[in-house]
Design a protein around this ligand. Sequence first.
Ligand SMILES: [Zn+2]
Ligand SMILES: [Zn+2]
Length: 555
Amino acid sequence: MTSEAPEEEFSIHWIRDVTEEVLKRNAAVFLISTGKSPSGSIHIGIMREIIIADVIKRELVRTGNDARTMFVVDDYDPVRSFPASVSLNLEDWVGIPYSDVVDEFGCCGSFGAHYANELIETFDAFGVNPEIIWTSKLYETPEMQDAVRICLKHTEVIRDIMIEYVANDFNEEQKERYIESMKNWYPASVVCPKCGHLQAGAKGAITPNRITSYNPESDMVSFECQACGHSDEVTLDRLRIKLVWRVDWPAKWHVLNVTCEPAGKDHSVKGGSYDTGLEVSRRVFDWPGPVKVPYEWVRIGGRDMSTSEGIVFTPRVWLSIAPPELYRYLLLKTDLTRAINIQPERIPDMIDEYERFERVYYGVEDANETRRELAQLVYPLCLSGDLSPEYIPKLPFKFATVISQLADILGHEATLEKCEQALKKQYGLEEVPQEAKALIEPRLERALYWVRGYGSERDRIEITEEVSQDVLSTLTDPDREFLAKVVELLHHKDLDEDSLQSAIFEAARGVGIKDRRAFVVIYRILISRKSGPRLAPFISTLGRGWVADRIASIL
Ligand SMILES: [Zn+2]
Ligand SMILES: [Zn+2]
C-alpha cells in the first residue's frame, strides 16, 4: 500500500519493543487504552490505534500476563462543528456534549452514540474486543467525581503545568497575556443545568462555562454560563462537570488505571497534550501515568484524513472491499513512526501480497529463513478470527474481480462452480474443502464492490445482452471470416487454454488480420471494449459454449 517495495520496509521490532516497555510496569492487569471523540463518521485511521492496543494485549497474554483493552468514547466533548454530511443545525447544538445531542437517524441514544456505534460495530470483524467506556457515563461515577475534586484542589499546580507546557513556545508578550488569563482559571467547566451548554460560541471564539471558584472544605463550586447567563453556587456532586482536555485525559488514566495508551502524532508531539497529561499524572495523581506509544497517521491516496470531511473512508468501507486481516497486516509490517498510505486502487495487489505471506506461514510457499520467522510471529497477529491448523486455499482476488462481474450472465451456481474449478486448478486440489468454499461468496462480494468503487476502466467488465449495432458496423469481411474460424476452434474440445489462444491468432493471421486487431474484434463482441482480461482464461471463465454462441449470433 506504500510505494516502497513491501518486503524491504517490513518492520516488526516495534511490537517487541513496545511490549517490553509495557511489561516494565509490572501491573497485575495490563490495561491498554484507546479513545476517540465521536464528532462524525470515524475514519479508518483510528483502527491503527485500536489494533496497536490489541496486538500489545495479545503479546502480553501470549507471554502469560493478564491484559485487557479499552476504547474510550469521548462523547462528553462539546460540539464544535458538524461534518458536511450532518443535517442538524449547528447553531442549535454547538457547545453541547455529543452525548446530549439528538441522533438524527433515530437509532441510537445520541449523536455521540450513533457515530461511536458505527465504529464499534466493526470491531468484531477486525478482531478487536475492547471494553467500551463512555466518558459521559464515566463522569457520573464517584471515582471520576473524586478525580475532579483532586484536580480542583490542585488548581495551582495545574496552572503552573499549563503555563509550562501550553505557553512553552509563546513569545514574551503572548506568555504574559496567557499567565494573566490563568490567574482565576480552574481546570474544569460546567454543563449548564438550565441550557445544557458546556461552552458558548463556535470554532475560533469559544468561551467555556469555566468554574469560577471552588471551596475544598464545603465542596462548593460556582460557575457562570456563557451561553444563557445562568449562574449558581452548589456542591460539586450536584453539577455535571468536565475537566479541560489536557486534564481530562490524565484524570481518566488515573481512574481507569491505564498502563499504556497509543496516540497519534497530533497528541503525542513533544510538549503536547500527552506530555502535559503525564506531567499532571506525576504532580497531581502521584504516579507516572501510562506508557506513551506514539504512532504516525493513516493516509488515503496520499491525503490525511479528517473526521470533518464529507466523504469518510471508514472501517466499514474497508470491510466492503478488503479483508480485515489485510489492514492488520499493513499496520503490523509498518513501523509506528511511518505513515501508512492506503491506495484503494492497489487493494488486489496488496491482497496477493498478504496471501503469499499467509502461504509462507503455512509452508506452502517458499521463502527464506528470515521471512519464515517473520511469518511465524506476525501472521497469527494478523488474524481477526481463530488460527486454522491447516492452510485454507483462497480464490485469487483478481480472478474474483473478473468473475464477480460475470455472475449475472453465468448464474449464481455456475459462478460458484467456476470459482471451485479455479481453486482446484490453482492449488492442485481434488476437492475444495468446506472452509475454502465458505470464503468464496464473501470474496466475490468484496471483489465486486472494489471493482465498482475503485477499479480502473480496465478492470470493469460489462456484458450487454446483445452485441450492439455500433460494434457490428465496424466488422470487415476478413473479421467475419476470422470469427467463423474462432467459433470452429471453440468447439475443439482437445485444445487447452494455451493452444486455443495460439490457434486463435493463427486463424487471424490466416485471413490477414494482425494480433492486435484480433483482440479488439473479440473483446468488442464480448464486452463492447477494445481490451480486457487475458483472452484464453477469460473465454474459459465465460464458457467456450457461451462465447461460441455469442459470436455465431452475429455471423
Ligand atoms: Zn443511530
Ligand atoms: Zn446556560
